[in-house]
Design a protein around this ligand. Structure first.
Ligand code: NI
Length: 167
């Protein structure tokens, strides 16, 4: 397994749309393993392939306290959405920035697992928020795009400044 470099907003590659996985083969399983290692090392509770510059529909999530409940979703699709919840979000691609986003409180998601088997999961609370946040990445959308234009401009200039100062 390997820790992969994570793209940082406003990198334009974060806005690429991921394509569906045709076959869940060893290369996809290796991607899932590498993404999990990258997420745990960061540390974070979710990661989309887009964030490591692989534009395929794969996300990994683990919202458990001690990182013992890894879930991988290949070609995830949300079948149902229910209710609304506002939760403070952060993102490994937008380090140090946290803000509130409103999303569905409960979702039903269908996906393939690491063996290519289809499964359906009902998720609510933090897990539901996290899955929706990661699935947005696959569409090229970063959570700050839900914020006001003013906030987005401030966040961009803050992150650009920070990127320059670490050169
Ligand atoms: Ni994110």
């Amino acid at each position: 397994m390997a820790v992969l470099p994570i793209l940082h907003y406003p990198d334009p590659r974060l806005h690429k749309v991921a394509s569906p996985v045709q076959t869940v083969d060893d290369s996809i399983r290796r991607l899932i393993d590498d993404m999990a290692e990258t997420m745990y090392q960061a540390p974070g509770i979710g990661l989309a392939a887009t964030q490591v510059d692989v534009h395929r529909r794969v996300i990994v999530v683990d919202v458990s306290e001690h990182g013992t409940a890894l879930q991988a979703f290949v070609n995830p699709v949300i079948l149902t959405r229910d209710g609304e919840a506002e939760r403070e979000e952060g993102c490994l691609s937008v380090p140090g920035i946290y803000d509130k986003v409103t999303r569905a409180e409960r979702i039903t998601v269908q996906a393939l697992d690491r063996h290519g088997e289809s499964f359906t999961l009902e998720a609510e609370g933090l897990l539901a928020t996290c899955i929706q946040h990661e699935m947005d990445h696959l569409l090229g959308k970063v959570f700050v795009e839900y914020l006001s234009q003013l906030k987005q401009t401030r966040i961009k200039s803050k992150l650009r400044k920070r990127a320059r100062s670490t050169l």
